[in-house]
Design a protein around this ligand. Sequence first.
Ligand SMILES: Cc1cc2nc3c(=O)[nH]c(=O)nc-3n(C[C@H](O)[C@H](O)[C@H](O)COP(=O)(O)OP(=O)(O)OC[C@H]3O[C@@H](n4cnc5c(N)ncnc54)[C@H](O)[C@@H]3O)c2cc1C
Length: 452
Amino acid sequence: MGEGTYHPNENQVLPVPDPTKPYWRSELHDLDDFRSTPNLPSECDIVIIGGGMAGVTTAYHLLLENDTPPNIVLLEARQLCSGATGRNGGHCKTKVQTLVNLLPTHGPDGIDKLVNYVQGVQYGIKEIVEREDLDCEFELRRSFDVSITSRKENKDTYDEACKDGSGWTKQTWFINNRLAEMTTSVTGAKSAFSVPACSFWPYKFVTQLLQKTLNRYPNALNLQTRTPVTSVTQADGDVTNFVKTPRSTIKCSKVIFATNAYTSGLLPSFTDIIIPYKGMASHITPKSIVHPHLSNTYNIDFGPDKDVDYLNPRPDGGIVVGGGKWNYASDRDSWYNNIDDSTLFPPKALKHWDGYMQRNFRGWEDSEAKVESVWVGIQALTTDGFPHVGRVPGKRGQYMLAGFNGSGMAMILTNAKAVAKMMREEREFEDVAQEFAIPEWFGTSLERMTTA
Ligand SMILES: Cc1cc2nc3c(=O)[nH]c(=O)nc-3n(C[C@H](O)[C@H](O)[C@H](O)COP(=O)(O)OP(=O)(O)OC[C@H]3O[C@@H](n4cnc5c(N)ncnc54)[C@H](O)[C@@H]3O)c2cc1C
């Protein structure tokens, strides 16, 4: 990690040095290692901790069309966008399986709320890409949820929901056994759903958006990479926050924890609530481009004894594929509560990617597709699968948007807007959640923490 590398001790929940290199970080931006000033400011209005999708989109919305912009310092432990956002699958969607799982606890209205929320995020990302002219291979597309085994319960739930006229079924389409393999090109597909999705190059989105924001507000926003925060403290009865780093301490009135999987490192009360969870992904390229282009993204469900992979075909003919969890799941310590994204899973697990496209996609059998790279990343696991957003329970002047799970990018953008609005207008989460149609169960609270 070069100058300023901080080596956390083994009990610290902090990003580790020298993470594996994801495909998405193959073209580094000038901001990757950037520090706006040689020294940290000693004071500011707001410190944002975390330079991923959550931290950067919150900074953007705090400053957007703001005539009285606050002074913001954005602190990132490693390089910009070197966490989960820089090492994920790159598509935003909700799987039908997620909706089916939600039914018993949140009912049909809850499902509609989540689907509408995710759609708002997809359109919101598109709007920013267009407004800010971001060159990040954004595509508004469809995604197949392919099942290799029957998964009859999902079809039954879908049929019931269609009968009831549930909103989410209007954008969803079921593909039966006879047509599944032909329609999706997935070898052995038994059925599939087609759902709305978007995809983009997350690293390019985040770095370019931050560059535009820095250009527009050079005096208000200060980026400091390679600056891990080791604690945030408040004096008794005082709302001032002291944000401590190995370089110096910053005094500020407000702090945002956009630290996702690492949140418990700074907020220990979240230790069993937001759990770091290691996953792997790969980049596969054919010897020459396989036509026709796979225009959808995918989740492939290999059955109850295995798990779900995710695939994001790239415009250049390559493909980002992640998952393969069942190849290492039995070694729980290797992924659960694990923050080490500097080491890959054992070779047996990596074999999952060998010949992957040839095995699983019709038309790719003779593609001579090769694995170009494999990497790992740390996402968050929360007991209910949803993020914690709003004021940090029991603290004043502290806000969070963290705990984004495996499909986390589909949950972030509108939450970032909401947190920015809470801070700009001194509002409460419940209030802005209603305004932005955010599922109310994303809100963090002592009650949610104790029942988690
Ligand atoms: C392998 C993998 C595949 C995935 N695939 C998908 C997908 O296809 N679609 C999808 O929607 N989601 C996917 N996800 C999940 C998604 O990437 C995350 O939910 C999302 O990127 C979270 O964004 P974030 O900004 O909250 O977190 P991050 O991008 O992790 O950003 C948090 C940042 O905070 C920094 N940080 C943490 N602690 C400190 C500290 N103490 N001091 C300073 N900085 C700190 C970290 O270095 C990091 O850069 C995947 C995740 C992984 C790991």
